[in-house]
Design a protein around this ligand. Structure first.
Ligand code: UD1
Length: 419
């Protein structure tokens, strides 16, 4: 297995280009199953999760062609059962259920794997499908959803954690071809849901309210092929902002959507950094003094759970006491034990990390446990004395396009050791 060696102490400076959003691209690629006509999706990042999704689509019978960030897909005649061997590698494979149900009224997928960030049920997705008239069967590790016909319905996707991002997308994809009107209450408001809705609308779907808590979908008879460019990855962008905060002397992100990053920029400003935004770029400059933070992860437009681990890496060396509470995935603190191995002073109290900033971290061998935790370890390594050896880096390749090369272009010293 590949390793990453981060030699700490280098300063970052310059411009980094942000890739297309993984979390937007995955359901959008799945949505191409809704039409027999060809679709062209551009700005698709080159990541292992995307590769899994394209493999699933090929296995289902789609013609898939990929050339430098642009993917052409034609879902002519398709199967409705995704093979376990590929599906198990990625939780987001669950988002083929909605489009297969919508088009074929029949879908079978193995129960999802993916990030190890606590229990990740799909009960809300299934509740949505049932409300549309589907029958759900769970057996032998598979979920099967079947319907004679799908009928529009009023569906609530609220849960004690807020809403569900992929669940909202899944129900939306099933409802676009249902008879009548579907209203989703408690819908996720994330930009990735809006991007998926934009793609579906360009395919001929009738959707209103994406980006708010209530989405209304008027079913249509069929969808047609369309072209779409995926939005910039706000989590990759946020990760580079934190890298710039940790050890930057002025770093600019290009091809970003600053509006999607307000919940990340605001606490970074509060922590003492200067951020200037233009229409599609942002620059972070170090401030005169770093301040600790109180952060709570919540659904969009609040501070994202996908940025929590990276912020912990910054706060680990910020003088004073910071308090970070996870409200979306209460167990998502696997990075804490690894940061402590590097000298961080962090105490976990249920879903809250109390971080007492230390002056410096020291390089150590550490283990990547999930996607964002591994990004946090790279960021910790940038500011550590000596070398940080990060094992199991396949986690980071699931969600960051060439993070080592992009950081090196900014002045970092990161080596990838091939196994
Ligand atoms: C998506 C993102 C992930 C991000 C997460 C929250 C993708 C591919 N992944 O994951 O990076 O961390 O949103 O912003 O887009 N829940 C239920 N029942 C369900 C579904 C979810 O209880 O049926 C709970 C989850 O356990 C969690 C919360 O709802 O506590 C939010 O999860 P959800 O929004 O569904 O996450 P994903 O869409 O899987």
């Amino acid at each position: 297995m590949d390793k990453i060696l981060v030699h700490g102490g280098r300063r970052l400076r310059g411009t980094v280009k942000i890739s297309g959003s993984k979390n937007s691209a995955l359901p959008i690629l799945a949505a191409t199953l809704l039409t027999r006509e060809p679709c062209t999706i551009s700005r698709v990042p080159d990541l292992s999760d995307i590769h899994y999704m394209l493999t699933i689509l090929s296995e289902l019978g789609c013609e898939v062609e990929r050339a430098s960030g642009t993917v052409q897909i034609r879902a002519g005649k398709i199967l409705t059962h995704a093979p376990y061997e590929i599906v198990r590698k990625m939780r987001a494979s669950v988002c083929i259920l909605g489009p297969l149900l919508g088009r074929e009224h029949d879908a079978t997928v193995s129960l999802p794997g993916g990030c190890v960030i606590g229990d990740r049920p799909i009960d809300l997705h299934l509740r949505g499908f049932e409300a549309l008239g589907a029958v759900v069967r769970v057996s032998g590790g598979n979920v099967k959803v079947l319907a004679d016909r799908l009928r529009g319905a009023r569906i609530s996707l609220r849960s004690k954690f807020g809403s569900t991002v992929l669940g909202t997308g899944n129900v939306m994809m099933a409802a676009v071809l249902a008879d009548g009107v579907t209203t989703i209450d408690g819908a996720a408001e994330e930009p990735e849901v809006v991007d998926l809705a934009r793609f579906l609308i360009s395919m001929g779907a009738k959707i209103e309210g994406a980006g708010t808590r209530t989405i209304t979908i008027e079913g249509v008879k069929e969808l047609h092929g369309a072209e779409h460019e995926v939005i910039p990855d706000r989590i990759e962008a946020g990760t580079f902002l934190v890298a710039a905060a940790i050890s930057g002397d002025g770093v600019t992100l290009s091809r970003v959507e600053p509006r999607h990053l307000e919940a990340v920029s605001a606490p970074l400003r509060e922590a003492g950094f200067e951020i200037t935004s233009h229409s599609s770029s942002m620059t972070l400059q170090p401030g005169s003094q770093r301040r600790p933070l109180k952060l709570d992860t919540v659904p969009y437009p609040g501070f994202p759970t996908d940025m929590q681990a990276q912020m912990c890496a910054l706060l680990a060396t910020t003088d004073g006491i910071s308090v970070v509470t996870e409200h979306v995935f209460p167990n998502r603190f696997m990075h804490v034990a690894e940061l402590k191995r590097m000298g961080a002073n962090i105490e976990l109290q249920n879903a809250t990390a109390v971080i007492q900033g230390v002056p410096r971290l020291g390089g150590a061998p550490v283990m990547a446990s999930d996607l964002r935790a591994s990004a946090a370890l790279v960021l910790a390594g940038l500011q550590a004395d000596g070398t940080t050896e990060i094992n199991r880096v396949y986690h980071i390749d699931r969600g960051y396009e060439s993070i080592d090369e992009k950081l090196n272009e900014l002045g970092a010293s990161i080596e990838r050791v091939k196994a």
